[in-house]
Design a protein around this ligand. Sequence first.
Ligand SMILES: [Fe+2]
Ligand SMILES: [Fe+2]
Length: 271
Amino acid sequence: MRQSYDLFSGAVAIVKEPDLAKKTELALNLSHDWFHRKVAKGRYDEEALPQNPGRPEKPALLPPGKMPKRNLNSEKGRRAHIHALAHIELGAVDLTWDLIARSCGTNLPRTYFDNWVQVGMEEAKHFRLLDQRLKDLSLQYGDFPAHDGLWQSCAETAHDLLARLAIIPLVLEARGLDITPPMIDKTKALEDFATAKILETIYNDEKRHVAFGAKWFRYMCDCEGKRPAETFQQLVRKHFRGTLKPPFNDKARSAAGLTPQFYKPIASIIG
Ligand SMILES: [Fe+2]
Ligand SMILES: [Fe+2]
């Protein structure tokens, strides 16, 4: 019998698990159990939080600047691109379940946890879809190098949930809304319809992830008496080292509740 199985310990176990088939299975099982009310939130234990995610030996992790350039017009480049997408989704699995674990120490409402557990489940599905696509191409996750930037770039927001929400859903996932539609078009133009279909699934889910981010960012700002757009700008300036690059998918961002007043004032300042 499992000793203690609850949302907190389950989320920590997902992040720490190095076997990716097991990691994603744990995520799908915990989501199922959460939505069927078989698990409680559990006892928050700061000491138990993961410092780093569990990962397999491969791929080799390189600093973002050391990654080989990809050319989508070559077969190898296209395969490396699918691998890079799988790596991003794997990062999203760890970051989402880490967010859930860190949120267990709060009194945020049940729907907050429902929303992020759904995101954590969908990120696991996204990784599995791309991992399967790699297998269909006689490849496996680990065959190409990957960058180690995502977890590191979020490490400094580990103890600030509002900053985490600003950076992960409202900067990084919102960026996905900007770049995925043209990526789908390009993938279709290259007649890789199987990958394009996966990207369409991911895009549709990610719109919801950004919407959850915007909803809970606004909620937390409201609880703390902060103005959402200005607070977002302060947190991005402080914690995000990249750039907010146009063109923005204003329509999809706004539909998710991330209106231009949040990001436009800092788009040309950062970088
Ligand atoms: Fe995703
Ligand atoms: Fe996502």
